[in-house]
Design a protein around this ligand. Structure first.
Ligand code: PLP
Length: 374
């Protein structure tokens, strides 16, 4: 069996040509404004609002702070219904706002919050539903909005994996009250570290801009208890250059995903979780599920064994957020209430995906995985 001579990692940051970055830096050096909402920041904010096709967008230093301050701006209280199958940041943004998560089990196909369970979790303390578009699979946003309208709840989405997705012809950032995007270097579009909020209510703009800048207002006063979550000019200029490459990167990733889909889709015991038919993919991840009984090997075994071929995959997400020691006492965190999430978290495996991964390498990866089947 083929063995890679160089390690193949789960992802690689999309890096623009240095000449482009140099030109951007030259302009910043000329302006002598390196942070605090400069021209690059304004330009990126405009370009991203246009790219994501939304009316309101505010940039932040990273996605976690964007979500944390977005939740604060919505003035939530008490409990927020969310998913255990996400990155820790989703929960940590709740925690830093003093909000208690109520964990909802997931749909085994989309891996997102299972709308049919939400209503039974609502109490008089519930103030919002926080969904995550896991691996770019969109939540059932119509279903979530219906429940939110009925109970007067806010709806927030962690769209860290869903950059540029369209659902039923509508941009994903236009659903719910607010959507967070992460621009971390591992994400398709990135600013090395960075993030943004898109949101419905225009009146939040001033507040969000204050919250990310120590709560300062224009008159030198302190209007709010904010913090420092500003994106600097160098981050913004990296974003401006990366944005030019996104279209091409998507096409390249699409070819890799096609190989994975064709070579692994029919293998007994392997489920493909991403790029669900009929929905525009965000090309962020390609994730399979390995069913130990049907495949003959466990996900953990495959994950370890692939390393001996120099292929580094990721158990993503792992572990479940409901098992964190500061949450595991919650009634909603009990494993018997989260059966699907507990099953999926033992099966999911993200495969290497980035535009520069050549087709032949993707074929080798599939051949190696197929050779493991018992
Ligand atoms: C990356 C990610 C985050 C955190 O974003 P940062 O920009 O790294 O702070 C939050 N939620 C999910 C689902 C993510 O994948």
């Amino acid at each position: 069996m083929y063995k890679f001579s160089e390690p193949i990692y789960i992802t690689r940051p999309l890096l623009p040509r240095l000449a482009g970055i140099h030109d951007q830096l030259f302009e910043i050096w000329e302006n002598k404004q390196v942070t605090n909402h400069g021209v690059k920041h304004a330009e990126l904010q405009r370009e991203l609002a246009a790219y994501l096709n939304v009316d309101q967008l505010v940039l932040f230093a990273n996605g976690t702070l964007a979500l944390l301050l977005g939740l604060k701006a919505l003035q939530l209280h008490g409990e927020v219904i969310t998913t255990p199958f996400t990155f820790p940041a989703t929960l940590q943004a709740l925690d830093w706002n003093g909000l208690t998560p109520v964990f909802c089990d997931i749909d085994p196909v989309t891996l997102n919050i299972d709308v049919s369970h939400i209503e039974s979790l609502i109490t008089d303390k519930t103030s919002a539903i926080l969904g995550v578009h896991v691996f770019g699979n969109p939540c059932n946003m119509t279903g979530i909005q219906q429940i939110a309208d009925k109970y007067n709840l806010k709806v927030i989405y962690d769209g860290a994996h869903a950059f540029g997705s369209y659902i039923d012809g509508k941009p994903i950032g236009s659903y719910g009250d607010m959507t967070m995007f992460s621009f971390h270097a591992t994400k398709l579009f990135h600013t090395i570290e960075g993030g943004a909020l898109t949101y419905k209510d225009k009146n939040l703009t001033q507040q969000l801009n204050q919250l990310k800048n120590f709560g300062l207002d224009d008159d030198g006063g302190v209007a709010l208890s904010g913090l420092n979550a500003k994106m600097n000019e160098i981050q913004a200029s990296v974003g401006l250059e990366v944005l030019k490459l996104i279209g091409d990167e998507r096409l390249k990733r699409d070819k890799v995903m096609d190989v994975y889909q064709h070579m692994l889709g029919e293998v007994e015991g392997i489920t493909i979780y991403t790029k669900l038919r009929g929905q525009e993919s965000s090309y962020q991840y390609f994730v399979i599920g390995i069913h130990e009984k049907k495949f003959g090997r466990s996900r953990d075994w495959v994950h370890e064994e692939l390393k001996t071929y120099n292929v580094f995959t990721k158990k993503y997400f792992y572990p479940l957020c409901s098992t964190f020691h500061w949450y595991n006492h919650l009634e909603s965190a009990q494993p018997d209430k989260l059966a699907q999430a507990h099953s999926v978290v033992e099966q999911a495996l993200a495969l290497p995906l980035y535009g520069d991964l050549d087709i032949q390498s993707a074929i080798h990866i599939c051949e190696i995985i197929r050779s493991f089947k018992k």
